[in-house]
Design a protein around this ligand. Structure first.
Ligand code: SAM
Length: 311
């Protein structure tokens, strides 16, 4: 796919109806030969809209007006280039716990949670947050995660977590203000509620920082899984991670995770983790397919804002 096509796809499938600012910006970049040429000089993984827009915001650039964005980007490209090469999109969205909760709450308790691609580990605290599925409330913590759910039997409570650990190529430390600033830059401009949610979830994690291990989800998963305590149900999970992993490594990961004891929860784009059968997604927008032990159970919007349960 060309870089221009990738920006159009981002506008159509991810930003439309979710972030008009990013939709407009992505369409403008897709038509801008000069910016496209600069992006094309980067490795493919570094050309992503989310990464470019996040870096420009980190550097104090404007994203509301495509013309001002262009001017800033061209004038500041040397610094942008450096940041694009040293960073990756590590958006950490606690809201995705609302999608995981129905599965986690139904497993034998207590749980030993192991998240691969954990970023700063904010999804490792599903027991600490509050949830609202329409009028139905679960848990009493903050932030409260809202999820418009259909077909769901709401979970009776939050899980009991005996152990939590994350694995990431580049774990982010929520007690480091610079890491939190980068996480904030990755949140889409109109999403003030997500900024507030990030800060509240980061406070939860900072009060009891998670065990985060630097490592690869294939090579280093068995060793970390072996550290889970006896007497707790091991749950390996991941949300919006495998699109960053090359296809042969995704296959290797599935083999490794299937060989582990316990359970496996995946919430991923079906283009990168596919299944033999799944109903049509609810709409023509990016939806993750949520699966327990390789069996799809629900479609979920990317930030956990909605889910459609079909199992
Ligand atoms: C988009 S973030 C998602 C973070 C978190 N799962 C969430 O949903 O909020 C993807 C994360 O996967 C990590 N990642 C990518 N490839 C990885 C690999 N091979 N092994 C471990 N982590 C990886 C990245 O560093 C990044 O922090």
């Amino acid at each position: 796919m060309t870089t221009a096509a990738a920006y159009v796809e981002f506008a159509d499938r991810e930003a439309r109806d979710v972030s008009p600012v990013y939709e407009r910006l992505a369409r403008a970049v897709s038509r801008d030969e000069e910016l496209l040429a600069r992006l094309d000089a980067l490795p493919v993984a570094k050309r992503q809209p989310n990464l470019l827009f996040g870096v420009v915001r980190l550097l104090g650039g404007p994203v509301d007006d495509p013309g001002a964005f262009r001017e800033f980007a061209l004038a500041t490209w040397t610094r942008i280039d450096v940041e694009l090469r040293r960073r990756a999109t590590q958006t950490n969205e606690a809201g995705r716990c609302a999608v995981l909760l129905p599965l986690l709450a139904a497993l034998p308790q207590p749980l030993a949670l192991l998240e691969v691609g954990a970023s700063a580990g904010l999804c490792l605290y599903p027991d600490r947050y509050g949830y609202r599925y329409g009028d139905y409330a679960v848990g009493s913590g903050e932030p409260v995660l809202e999820c418009a759910a259909t077909g769901l039997t709401p979970p009776g409570g939050v899980p009991e977590v005996a152990w939590r650990a994350g694995l990431d190529l580049n774990p982010l430390d929520v007690t480091d203000p610079a890491a939190v600033v980068w996480l904030e830059s990755l949140i889409w401009p109109e999403h003030a509620h997500r900024q507030a949610r990030l800060r509240a979830a980061a406070a939860v994690a900072a009060a009891e920082p998670p065990l985060l291990v630097r490592g690869d989800l294939v090579d280093d998963l068995p060793d970390l899984a072996a550290r889970a305590p006896d007497g707790a149900t091991l749950v390996v999970f991941h949300t919006s991670v495998l699109y960053q992993v090359p296809a042969p490594r995704r296959t290797a990961f599935v083999e490794v995770v299937r060989a582990l004891p316990g359970h496996w929860i995946a919430s991923e784009d079906p283009d990168v983790l596919s299944y033999d059968t799944a109903p049509q997604p609810p709409r023509d927008a990016l939806n993750n397919l949520v699966a327990l032990d390789g069996v799809p159970v629900a479609w979920a919007r990317a930030h956990g804002q909605a889910m459609s349960w079909f199992a």
